[in-house]
Write a protein that binds this ligand. Sequence first.
Ligand code: ADP
Length: 476
Amino acid sequence: MLPDPALNLLAPEALDADGLRVFNPADGRLVARVRRYDRAALSAIIDEAEAARHPWAGRTAKARGDVLRDWFDLVRDNAEALARLLTLESGKPLDEARGEVTYGASFIEWFAEEARRAYGEVIPPHATDKRILTFRQPVGTCAAITPWNFPVAMITRKVAPALAAGCSIVVKPAEATPLSALALERLAREAGVPESLFRAVPAFSASEAGDLFCAHPSIRKISFTGSTHVGKILMAKAAAQVKRVSLELGGNAPFIVFDDADLDAAIDGAMTSRFRNAGQTCVCANRFLVQDGIYDAFVSRLAERVDAVRVADGLSCSSAMGPLIDRASVARVAALVDEAVAEGAVRVTAQASIPGGGSFHCPVVLAGVTHGMRIAHEEIFGPVAPVIRFHDEDEALRIANDTPFGLAAYVFTAQAARQWRMMERLEYGMVGINDGLISTEVAPFGGIKESGFGREGSRHGLADYMNIKYCLVGGL
Ligand code: ADP
C-alpha cells in the first residue's frame, strides 16, 4: 500500500523503517513508522535547545511573535492535510480533526500576539531613595509530554506560549500520535523557528524520557497533560531539582441539569460535552446529575440522540463518531459499563452496530446510576453517559464536589441566582453555565485538586512560561 499523501507533511528524516509504529485505530492498519530517540539522543537535543534559547530570547518580542504568526499561517495553509493526518493516527472524524486544527492554530495566533504583552511593573517604593520594578523573563528550556486525544492542540498550547515567552521546548508526543507533532515541528521550522528551539521527539521509552526531563539540569519547567497517575510521578521526580511543573490531569466532570433548564440546550450540550472525540477528552462530562422533575425527559431525549449517532471510520464519514484510541480502551470502557449494569444501572440505548477491525465502542446512555458506582468516580474516557438522579441543589453540589478531581463542571439552569451560586461553589478550575463547550484560546484552561495546576491559553498561559524578577534600585 502506498503511504498516505498526508505523510508528506513530515520531514523525510522523521520516518524510519525500524521506528515506532503508528496505527490507524479505525482499521488497525499501519500508517507509518517514525524515528525514536533514546536517552543519549534526547539529552543531546536538550543541550541544543538550551544553546538555542539565548539568541531567541534576545530577539524582540515582536520578532518572536512574527515567526509565530508565520507558523500560524502555515498551519492554516496546511489545515486539510494536518486534519487528515490527525484522523489517521487518532481515529477522530475528519470534521472534528479540522476543528482541532483550527483550535490548535488559534493558540499559535493568540501567543504570537501575547508575546508583546509580557509587561513588567513599576511599584511605588517603600523609601524615597529607592525604586522598585519587575521584569518577566523566560523560564528557560522547557520539556512537554503530551497525550494522544488532541495531538495538535495539546502541543500548540504549550509550544506557542513557550516560544512567545523566549523559551526553547522539547516535546515528547504520545506513542499513538506522533505524526501531528512531527508535522507541526516541520511547519514551525519552515516558518523560521530555529532548528533546535522546538523539537518533537518520539521516545523509545516514555518513562525514560520523563526521567531525563526531570533529571537534566537544563530543563527548568515540565508541562504535562495526561493521567493523574503519571502527573504525580513527574511532580515527585521534578521536586529533586525544584523544577517548575504544570499539570493538566484527569477529570470527573459533573454535568448538572436542573428542572428549570432549557432541555434542548442541555441535550445539545450533553452531546458535545460527552461524545466529542468519542468521549476521550479530559473535560468530557463524565457523569450527568439530573434533577427529579426533568430526569425522565432528559434520559429519553439523550438516548434518542445517541441512538442516531453513526459510528464509523473517521475518514469515511465525517459526521460519525470514530473509534477509541486502542482495543485496551474499548475493553476498559466495556468493563465499566458491565459493572454498572450488574449493580443496577439500566442501558437505555440500543446497541449500535459498529464496524469490525478497529477499536470501536458504541455510544451508551446508562440510567439509574448512583453516586456509589465506580463509573461515577472513574474517568470513563469513552462514549458512555451515566445519569444520576438528584433532588435539590445542595445534593447536586455535594455529589459534584465529592471527588478528588477538579477540572471542568457544567450546569444547566435558567435561574440567574443559581447560576452564580453554582459558579462560586463548584470546586473546579472551569465551570460552563448553559454550555457544553468551554475550551478557547482566550480563556485560562486548567484544573484544581488532583486535576492539576497551571493554566493554558489566555494571558495566564504565557505567564506560566515566565519568571518574575524583582529589582530594587537604591541610593537615589
Ligand atoms: P493516557 O492514559 O491518556 O495515555 P498517560 O498519562 O499514560 O495517559 O500518557 C500521557 C503521556 O504521558 C504520553 O505521552 C505518555 O507516553 C506519557 N507517559 C506515560 N508514562 C509515563 C512516565 N512514566 N513518565 C513520563 N511520561 C509518561
